[in-house]
Unconditional design. Sequence first.
Length: 353
Amino acid sequence: MNWQTAIDKIQLLDVNVMKEAETHLDQLTKPQGSLGMLEDLAIQLAGIYQTTRFRVDPITSFVFVGDHGVTEEGVSAFPSEVTTQMVHNFLHGGAAINVLTRQHDVSLKVVDVGMKDSIDNPLLIQKKIGQGTRNFLKEKAMTKQEAIEAIQVGFDLGVMEVENGAKGLAIGEMGIGNTTSSAAIAASLLKRPLDEVVGRGTGLNSDQWLHKKKVIQQALQFHNLHSNDPIEVLATFGGYEIAAMTGMILSAAYKRVPILLDGFNTGASALIAAKIETKSVLYMIASHQSEEPGHRHTLQALQIYPLLQLNLRLGEGTGAILALPILRSAQHLFQEMATFEEANVANKIVSQN
Ligand SMILES: Cc1cc2ncn([C@H]3O[C@H](COP(=O)(O)O)[C@@H](O)[C@H]3O)c2cc1C
Ligand SMILES: O=C(O)c1cccnc1
């Protein structure tokens, strides 16, 4: 289905089931509210799945890959070629996201939405829209049509995955230079000063960081965007992988499954998704708060609260998978703890013997 048609069908969470979940939590053998954010999570999950007997597994983790023309301005500590090298690494199982998805029993899918190079490998999902974006200091990174198509890639993959049995989706990305795109998106949509949203990405030194800010500043002036149109912002700054992640977020909301976000880049795609359809935010889970300074502001704007604070600044979806055990625990506690009433019954049985 066309994502632009589907977004009209995105619904609010089921408040009746959420009330039921809240009541159940208050009957469990613990002081009320003492499981903190795990209680909020359980209520959110019940509202998403429209049942208190929800199950979060199986979850599929997606890594979307795209290159960025703006890397020619020297905004990353690494060259674009590293994107391709890392995709080889993903396909051979050696990257951080491979280790974490194996450890936590999650299937991993890698999607080329806009890598400069091409890799002929059946393990790589081939959905290339362009061979890297254009340099947004000089022109728009993508056309609006390309942005719309890249959103469709993530949307279709998400819908298909849920129709094939996934109960949740996790998103991550690989694309050298993409924290520059994300910072430009965050600056545009959050209307925050660059000092607050531009970070050091893969590890820029202070001079390089100043340079990155200057490049983004110039680009913001050059494009002089006054519209809040999320597709316009996305097309202007890129990238293909950010667009595809936006599509996957929308698919999760459409298919009523939770979407586990990762760091600053997935945050940028979440900002775009939220502008496209506000209700999509209800389906988001903020796994962690990244070291990138803009991520805090992104999460604040979305009003979603990170489960972890581990000073991660990697991407790939790593933070999302690290938070998965918390999601699973929220489910198990909710489903398996005894209520006070059940515990009293158990006590009576014990005391009678
Ligand atoms: C070896 C390596 C593995 C990575 N895995 C994710 N990223 C992360 O770093 C990139 C963003 O940072 P910047 O905007 O500074 O280029 C993205 O590709 C992101 O996923 C990596 C970066 C490198 C170098
Ligand atoms: O927060 C992130 O997702 C991030 C930070 C640095 C580099 N790549 C990704």
